[in-house]
Design a protein around this ligand. Structure first.
Ligand SMILES: CC(C)(COP(=O)(O)OP(=O)(O)OC[C@H]1O[C@@H](n2cnc3c(N)ncnc32)[C@H](O)[C@@H]1OP(=O)(O)O)[C@@H](O)C(=O)NCCC(=O)NCCS
Length: 178
């Protein structure tokens, strides 16, 4: 994890029951993690923490919060709290990538190369779960992470945003660490 500089925590009778942390980079906050004590799940504590985190992010000057989460249960939590999927981050073995993978209709907006793997950033379409399944089938993708975003600042309308701050803009994600 890279240097989080934004923390919020929940306490009950002086005992820690939840934490949420992230990093402020320019006018974006990357949420690195959130966790609530298991015995107290589904009591609204996570949502409360997130709201507090968003308030602090806004106070610190953030306009957008983004985060990466595996597809599945935790996704429902973010969706319920107003986060929208914008990208899929797909890790693929280099040798399984067909030569023409860029030409296929997968809306790949960015990619990173590592020793034996490539990480593709794919713009989400309506049914991102089905999209993730298709990517896994096509590329034998090892893991798929969904990147969510929420605008929290004052300049919410696209017209007020800089080009690189449009939803789904991959230029804003270089620092996500999962
Ligand atoms: C994710 C987590 C922080 C949620 O905390 P929480 O206090 O249980 O969340 P809330 O009670 O505020 O949940 C709000 C809504 O999110 C959704 N939700 C939360 N957990 C869910 C689950 N396991 N399955 C489906 N929906 C879920 C529900 O819609 C819920 O509303 P409801 O209970 O009225 O149906 C908690 O489950 C956790 O600590 N998990 C382990 C760590 C983790 O996975 N962190 C995320 C890393 S990306």
């Amino acid at each position: 994890m890279r240097h989080p500089n934004l923390f919020v925590a929940s306490y009950e009778a002086q005992s820690l029951i939840g934490v949420c942390w992230g990093s402020l980079r320019g006018n974006e906050v990357i949420l690195h993690g959130i966790a609530v004590r298991e015995e107290q799940w589904r009591m609204g504590i996570g949502s409360q923490l997130l709201r507090r985190f968003e308030r602090e992010a806004r106070k610190a000057g953030a306009r957008r919060i983004s985060l990466g989460a595996p597809l599945g249960e935790v996704e429902a939590f973010y969706v319920k709290n107003g986060y929208k999927p914008c990208l899929l981050r797909v890790r693929v073995e280099r040798e399984r990538l067909p030569l023409d993978y860029r030409e296929k209709d997968h809306a790949i907006v960015d990619e990173r190369s590592y020793q034996n793997t490539k990480v593709l950033y794919v713009k989400t379409i309506d049914d991102h779960v089905q999209q993730a399944e298709e990517l896994t089938r096509t590329f034998g993708a090892g893991d798929v992470i969904c990147i969510f975003e929420k605008y929290v600042g004052h300049a919410q309308g696209l017209l007020q945003l800089q080009p690189t701050e449009q939803p789904g803009s991959v230029l804003r994600y270089p620092s996500i660490s999962l």
